[in-house]
Every structure is written in structure tokens, then in C-alpha cells.
Design a protein around this ligand. Structure first.
Ligand SMILES: [Fe+2]
Length: 216
């Protein structure tokens, strides 16, 4: 009998302790996840002139019937400040090479082999809750680089972040100089995104989530 009372009292005490801790747990968990997205070089292929069509769907170029070569990838996420709040009015730009590893840029060797059905560059505005989305192609490697998508994020009145998004599981991630130049492990992992099949949205497509945390 007394052992049951003791057990019950212990359960109550454990319950009370858990309740006392409970309010801080979500905050701790949230803070633990908030890694400031590291900056990365812009690289040599930021557009010198912008395409007529520069929306958030890089797979289709207005006025062209053909769709870009490559596997369609939906890249979504949120733009947040260091407290995890959405950054309202953020503009996002992305640019990447086509399925043949060719950027739409005058300095690109082999530019004549470019896939003209791939937009190569796109921009979009984050919604009030910080969410954004691009429809593009799964990035491919090119000589000296593991697959990546270049990002530039402009936060109104708070400057900009230039970075690159990488793909989980790519063999060349282990040797890519720019990716491994991010010495902090958590920061490095924060720019590596898993792509999962997204057949429900679009047959054959993949989808990944890249949340961008600005140091503001
Ligand atoms: Fe690049």
C-alpha cells in the first residue's frame, strides 16, 4: 500500500518537474535548429543580363513549348530571422547550370550547347509567412563542382545573403572545396538539402526544403 503511495507521489513529482520544464522545451528545440545560413561566394556566373522570363518556374521559358532537360525539382522553404520569425518582403534569386552543366553566361565555355528551354535564373518573393518556392531542375555537377543552386536573398532594409544550396547524397560533396570551406559542421549541413520523390505533385519530380536563416 505504502509503496503504491510512494510510486504515485513520485509520478506526481516527475509530472510536476516535466510541466515546469515544458514551456522551455519548444524554445530550446527551436533554437537548436536555427543555424544561421552561411554565406558562399557568388561565383563567376551570376547573370550579366536578366532573361525576359525570370519567374520562379525555371523549367518553362515563356513562348517555348519544350520543357527544360533534366529532372524537375521543387525547392521550397522559408526565409527566417535568427529568432525564427518570417522575413516579410524578402526577394529570392536563384541561378544554376542546365542539365548539361552549362550556365547562361557569356563567360561560360560551350555556351552554344546551352539548353535554351532552361531559364537558368529565377526570382520570387517570399510570402508573409516567409515561405517561397521554385520549380527548377535537379542540379548536376560540372567540372570542379558538386551539384548546387546559387541563391541570393534580399531582406528589405537588412542587406542580402549570397549562398549555395547542395544536394544530400552527392558523391562529390565530400571533395567540393566551397562546400567544405564551411568549417562549422552544423552550418555546412544547413545548406545540404535532401531531395525526395514528389510524384504526387508532378510525376518524376523531386522536392527539397531549404530554410534560410538570416543573421538579422
Ligand atoms: Fe555554380
Amino acid at each position: 500500500m505504502s509503496s503504491i503511495v510512494t510510486l504515485k507521489r513520485r509520478q506526481i513529482l516527475i509530472g510536476a518537474a516535466a510541466a515546469a520544464l515544458a514551456p522551455s522545451l519548444p524554445a530550446l528545440a527551436q533554437n537548436a535548429r536555427l543555424v544561421i545560413t552561411p554565406g558562399q561566394t557568388e561565383g563567376p556566373f551570376y547573370p550579366v543580363s536578366f532573361p525576359a522570363d525570370m519567374d520562379g518556374d525555371l523549367v518553362r521559358v515563356q513562348g517555348r513549348e519544350a520543357q527544360a532537360m533534366g529532372q524537375v525539382a521543387h525547392v521550397v522553404g522559408r526565409v527566417l530571422n535568427r529568432r525564427g520569425e518570417p522575413v516579410k518582403g524578402a526577394t529570392l534569386e536563384i541561378w544554376q547550370c542546365d542539365a548539361n552543366g552549362i550556365y547562361n553566361h557569356p563567360r561560360q565555355p560551350g555556351l552554344q550547347r546551352r539548353d535554351a528551354a532552361f531559364q537558368g535564373y529565377g526570382r520570387t518573393l517570399a510570402a508573409d509567412d516567409g515561405r517561397y518556392g521554385f520549380r527548377t531542375i535537379r542540379p548536376v555537377p560540372y567540372p570542379g563542382r558538386t551539384p548546387h543552386i546559387h541563391f541570393k536573398v534580399h531582406a528589405p532594409g537588412a542587406g542580402r545573403l549570397t549562398t549555395q544550396m547542395y544536394i544530400a547524397g552527392e558523391r562529390q560533396n565530400a571533395t567540393d572545396g566551397l562546400l567544405n570551406g564551411i568549417r562549422d559542421k552544423a552550418a555546412r549541413e544547413s545548406v545540404i538539402v535532401r531531395l525526395d520523390p514528389e510524384d504526387a505533385t508532378e510525376p518524376g519530380a523531386v522536392k527539397g526544403t531549404f530554410d534560410i536563416v538570416l543573421d538579422i
